[in-house]
Design a protein around this ligand. Structure first.
Ligand SMILES: Cc1ncc(COP(=O)(O)O)c(C=O)c1O
Length: 369
């Protein structure tokens, strides 16, 4: 699905030199690269505070801790996302409330969101799935009306731009009270291990979060709040600092591959290609098709037989996962996710795809479907 080795070969000299510098300095935790990367990312995102941490799951958990969410508080999120989003809600003994998504963008459905609000609702977690932003203007409007926090799960859309109705532009992850991301190796901005970050423009919240990622310490060995050990290590920060200036070109390369795919499938009546909302750019963390003639599983196997990687993101909606079942849910509340799990298939998507590969993949699919 990704070709991290070819990407690494193109930046090997810079990355190797940076890693060597960390080894020479022995500043493995909280070394200069962590601070430099943090400042670079703040500038890139146009956000006041970036708080690096150990991974995108921790980033979500710490964001919810920092906002002071308490057991029993209801947190609304999308039914169609990676489990990390709902996992941390459960871990903190908050109550996850899963809602359906839009069939074309796979992002949270605003009507379903509105219907799910109760007096116990405290936060909304829109997930910018597969690389494009959820309808943040509408999410923020609902949040303002009901006085709710907005935590953007931006693990999959770093680099995407959002345009509000008044023309204001913001980077994905910087629109809510807090945003989170993952630097998992295959992400658009990936390191060579685990990594993550939290973003906010709120000075007070940023201060709380900075202590929380480091055992709740604001002064060494003085623990003011319950925290966790979740730090981005210096070697990962060195890799990320080298890769951040390339993020926009990485997103462009993904867009180019997506355009090739979409053009190749344009006349195929059995395939729905990704639809991009007007208010967001798409950075194609995943390129996900809907196969609407019932042959998705056969296609999945056929591509594997031909040596073409592909994946079903996601095969089971969260409301149907054993860990997150809840008898308050009605299957009729999830008509879209229940349909998507039978139709979606994600194709290889990364910065190194060339035309020969794309031609082979698209021809194989069009011949079969
Ligand atoms: C939507 C979403 N949220 C959260 C995460 C968690 O990130 P991490 O794997 O860095 O913990 C991921 C990672 O795949 C993700 O895709």
């Amino acid at each position: 699905m990704v070709d991290l080795q070819s990407q690494y070969q193109k930046i090997k000299d810079t990355v190797d030199a940076s890693i060597q510098e960390v080894l020479n300095s022995s500043a493995y935790i909280n070394g200069p690269y962590v601070h430099e990367f943090q400042a670079d990312l703040e500038k890139y995102l146009g956000v006041k505070h970036v708080i690096p941490c150990a991974n995108g799951t921790d980033a979500l958990q710490i964001a919810m801790m920092g906002l002071g969410l308490e057991p029993g508080d209801e947190v609304i999120t999308a039914d169609f996302t990676f489990a990390a989003t709902v996992e941390v809600i459960g871990l903190l003994k908050l109550t996850p409330v899963l809602v359906d998504v839009e069939p074309d963008t796979f992002n949270i459905d605003i009507d379903a969101l509105k219907k799910a609000i109760t007096p116990k609702t405290k936060a909304i977690v829109p997930v910018h799935l597969f690389g494009q932003c959820a309808n943040m203007e509408a999410v923020l409007e609902v949040a303002n009306e009901h006085n709710l926090f907005v935590i953007e799960d931006n693990a999959q859309a770093i680099g995407a731009d959002y345009t509000f109705a008044d023309g204001t532009k913001k980077k994905a992850g910087t629109m809510g009270n807090v945003g989170t991301t993952s630097f998992f190796p295959s992400k658009n901005l990936g390191c060579y291990g685990d990594g993550g970050a939290i973003f906010t423009n709120d000075d007070e919240l940023a201060h709380i979060l900075r202590g929380m990622v480091n055992h709740g310490m604001y002064k060494r060995y003085y623990h003011d709040v319950v925290g966790v050990n979740s730090r981005l290590d210096s070697i990962q920060a060195a890799v990320l600092k080298a890769k951040l200036p390339l993020l926009d070109s990485y997103c462009d390369a993904r867009r180019k591959a997506a355009e090739y795919y979409s053009n190749a499938f344009a006349d195929n009546p059995n395939i729905i290609t990704p639809i991009i909302s007007d208010f967001t750019t798409h950075v194609f963390h995943q390129y996900t098709l809907r196969i609407i003639n019932g042959k998705r599983d056969e296609l999945h196997q056929h591509l594997l037989d031909k040596g073409i990687p592909n994946a079903i993101y996601y095969p089971v909606p969260l409301h149907a996962q054993k860990a997150y079942q809840d008898n308050r849910y009605n299957e009729t509340d999830f008509t879209v996710t229940n349909q998507l799990i039978d139709e979606v298939i994600s194709l290889p998507m990364h910065t190194e795809l060339d035309e020969e590969q794309l031609a082979f993949i698209t021809k194989t699919i069009n011949d079969f479907i």
